[in-house]
Design a protein around this ligand. Structure first.
Ligand SMILES: Cc1cc2nc3c(=O)[nH]c(=O)nc-3n(C[C@H](O)[C@H](O)[C@H](O)COP(=O)(O)OP(=O)(O)OC[C@H]3O[C@@H](n4cnc5c(N)ncnc54)[C@H](O)[C@@H]3O)c2cc1C
Length: 310
């Protein structure tokens, strides 16, 4: 079995950044990621808030990070890690076909979208119901669609979808949006948007594909139907912490708890990025934490090997 100083699980912005720092510290490093480069950033049309780069597509930003990893010759295993077993000195990381050994592990597994749980949502998945604007927007060119949600992602995605759809019904359960003001204005001021405040999605229906939705105003209790060809659901994310939730402490929502230096409750396991319990989930916060996690893992490994510079 191959042995590494640091194994990083996840190939999003946090995982790739941790790899850059770890490799530059001459740690024997491996990335295990189901997609590399991968992660949520690949799903977004524009990143306008990453310092030093005024505007870039999520995919281009990730390709740039990946090129930097490649120049450092960090090996990559493009597989899903399925289990982590804690041993006396180190960890075994299992994939379906191969196992790897590491003295320390950095968990950078991020998060994924949440389902709404509305009637018809599952049945029409891939037949008009989507969770990714950048993947599916072109299918809805000149069509009327609904977007569910009112947070950052819902608003950013609506701005992207406005380039394609003829009309967007934004369904939000509150009476105001929770997103960067500059993006809110783009949505609110567009003549193509119709915002349904205080409203929740009750049902998605149609014959073969989505044809209409039923929404309910939670204040007036009145339900109404809207004809749409597609429904985009952006109601938040959930952490992908399942692989370690029996060896590290997680919060009520499943996010990994760490200290300021990214140590989890399990010695030798570090966490960074969207999988970590924190207030702001962005590329800039993910990469900062990843640098700190790699540095902490390096110090941990050097101590184990008796090579610490202390
Ligand atoms: C639509 C959208 C728009 C966004 N727009 C912006 C923006 O404009 N600006 C901004 O700063 N942020 C934006 N974000 C947030 C940003 O994308 C995230 O904060 C960032 O991607 C977090 O990086 P991460 O590496 O922690 O996690 P992720 O990007 O989620 O990457 C984690 C990776 O690990 C993989 N993984 C999970 N489990 C395993 C396993 N067991 N084995 C192997 N691999 C695994 C995942 O599949 C994924 O590829 C946006 C997010 C979305 C969804």
């Amino acid at each position: 079995m191959q042995e590494y100083d640091i194994i990083i699980i996840g190939g999003g912005p946090a995982g790739l950044t941790a790899a850059i720092y770890s490799a530059r510290a001459k740690m024997k490093t491996l990335i295990i990621g189901d997609m590399v480069p991968g992660g949520q950033t690949m799903l977004t049309d524009r990143i306008d808030n990453y310092p030093g780069i005024e505007s870039i597509s999520g995919m281009d930003l990730m390709m740039n990070m990946y090129k930097q990893v490649e120049t450092l010759n960090v090996p990559v295993v493009t597989k899903k890690a399925t289990e982590i077993i804690q041993e006396e000195k180190g960890f075994i990381i299992k994939t379906k076909t191969e196992n790897f050994k590491a003295l320390s592990v950095i968990i950078a597994t991020g998060a994924t979208y949440k389902f709404l749980g509305a009637k018809g949502e599952k049945e029409f998945g891939g037949r008009g119901v989507s969770y990714c604007g950048i993947c599916d927007a072109p299918f809805f060119k000149d069509k009327e669609i609904a977007v569910i949600g009112g947070g950052d992602t819902a608003v950013y995605e609506t701005v992207h979808l406005l380039k394609y759809a003829s009309k967007i019904h934004l369904i939000h359960r509150k009476d105001r949006l929770r997103a960067t003001k500059i993006m809110q204005d783009k949505v609110i001021q567009s003549p193509k948007t119709d915002i349904h405040w205080n409203s929740v999605l009750e049902e998605i229906s149609g014959e073969k594909t989505v044809e209409k939705i039923r929404i309910k105003n939670v204040k007036t209790e009145v339900s109404s139907e809207i004809k749409v060809d597609g429904v985009f659901v952006f109601v938040g994310i959930q952490p992908l912490s399942g692989i370690v939730n029996d060896i590290v402490t997680i919060d009520k929502k499943g996010y990994i708890l760490t200290d300021q230096e990214m140590h989890s409750s399990c010695k030798g396991v570090f966490a960074c990025g969207d999988v970590r319990a924190k207030a702001l989930r962005q590329v800039s916060t993910a990469v900062g934490e990843a640098a700190a996690a790699a540095f902490s893992a390096q110090q941990y490994v050097e101590k184990l090997k008796g090579e610490a510079y202390l």
